[in-house]
Design a binder for this molecule. Structure first.
Ligand code: ADP
Length: 382
């Protein structure tokens, strides 16, 4: 065969034998100059019906109106090729999902001779993908709904539990006051235990309420100046910071897209823990943020008592406490709350620590732009 046929004829035979791809040539203006059986099979035109026509015939009207075919050729000229997945039209007007590659054909001196266009019908793949996406979306919606219901339940339950507890401690208080001369020392002690117990339960429920609120009472993400958030957190914690003689320093913090109130809760919790879990040495806290790929990595570093590495997962759970010494009062909800806030912002939270030296809590917040990501499914070279 090689002896009788020219290179061009062999090439032509090869292109004609390909059934699954539409392969054809355009002149520099986009007019179709060749057509293969694959193109006929995919797009429905016979060679005589389409050769000499402009390739924009394959595009839906809205794409033609926006100048898409022309822009694709311009892109191919500039960058060598244009590649995308998108809707295209068959001769009968039906749409198919196409994988398209347009390559600019240039002579070594740069003169444009035309374009090759290779199209594949991947509607099946697209439909399968759409089906899958719809299923995932539906499942996500159901999970969100269940989650919301659970959060609503936790919120209402903790709200409603507060009242009877308040009544218990109030009447126990009253009894202690009114009957104090009739009660033995031991009986007074019992009553004090009851009051302490109900007050502790109230504190726990209050924190639980705050935890449940994160998913229920949410604000939109907006531009949040973390410098300002830190200032506010330090203002709220000023008494504890002053009393403990803590030295707080910070690097300039970025502006991020977040729920600013939750960012305040997050920083405030981490700093208040840093202040609380201190040893006898003077305490230093440093707040910082570093840019890494698509996220900000924030850190709150302290020189406190530290945490053993074995608690890495545990301490972010609800009611999980490592230091149960009386001098470190707490409910074990603070870090669970921090984790929930960070997760709502699609970030991660963890710590690095050395016992008796100090701890650094890290959390990430993805960098997001205020504008929506570019539309369409273009796979253009960047
Ligand atoms: P709480 O402080 O109310 O106990 P948290 O959820 O905020 O609850 O913290 C969980 C546990 O993690 C704490 O009980 C403490 O043992 C440990 N922890 C948190 N922050 C620090 C820190 N900066 N240094 C040492 N231990 C810490």
């Amino acid at each position: 065969m090689e002896q009788n046929l020219s290179q061009e004829e062999i090439f032509r035979l090869m292109v004609d034998a390909i059934q699954d791809y539409a392969i054809f040539l355009l002149d520099p203006k986009g007019v179709i100059i060749t057509w293969n059986p694959g193109a006929e099979r995919i797009k429905g035109y016979k060679p005589g019906e389409i050769i000499g026509k402009h390739f924009s015939a394959f595009y839906p009207p809205e794409d033609i109106a926006s100048g898409k075919p022309r822009k694709e050729l311009e892109w191919a000229v500039q960058y060598g090729y244009y590649k995308e997945e998108g809707w295209r039209l068959r001769k009968d007007g039906s749409k198919f999902w196409a994988l398209v590659v347009i390559t600019a054909l240039k002579l070594p001196d740069g003169e444009l001779k035309g374009f090759s266009k290779v199209t594949r019908d991947i509607t099946d793949k697209k439909e399968f993908q759409q089906l899958l996406e719809a299923r995932v979306e539906e499942r996500n919606r159901q999970l969100l709904e269940i989650n919301k219901e659970l959060e609503q339940f936790a919120y209402t339950a903790s709200h409603d539990l507060q009242e009877p507890l308040r009544t218990v401690s109030m009447y126990a208080d009253l009894l202690l006051l009114r009957a104090k001369d009739k009660l033995s020392i031991e009986e007074k002690e019992f009553l004090r235990y009851a009051i302490e117990g109900s007050e502790r339960a109230q504190t726990l429920i209050k924190s639980l309420l705050e935890y449940a609120r994160i998913g229920v009472q949410t604000k939109e993400f907006k531009k949040t100046e973390m410098d300002g958030v830190l200032k506010k957190a330090l203002f709220n914690l000023r008494l504890a910071v002053q009393e403990s003689g803590t030295e707080v320093s910070a690097d300039p913090l970025p502006i991020i897209i977040a729920d600013s109130f939750q960012m305040l809760q997050l920083l405030q919790n981490l700093i208040s823990n840093a202040v609380k879990y201190k040893n006898d040495r003077p305490l230093k806290i440093h707040v910082s943020a570093k840019e890494r790929d698509h996220e900000w990595v924030f850190s709150v570093r302290d020189t406190g008592i530290g945490i053993g590495p074995e608690y890495q997962e545990k301490i972010f759970g609800l009611f999980q406490r490592v230091h149960r010494d009386k001098k470190y009062a707490g409910t074990g909800i603070g870090l669970a709350l921090c984790k929930k806030i960070v997760q709502r912002h699609h970030g991660r939270i963890w710590f690095e620590s050395e016992v008796n030296k100090g701890t650094v809590f890290f959390f990430t917040i993805p960098k997001m732009t205020m504008t929506a990501p570019p539309a369409g499914e273009s796979l253009l070279p960047s």
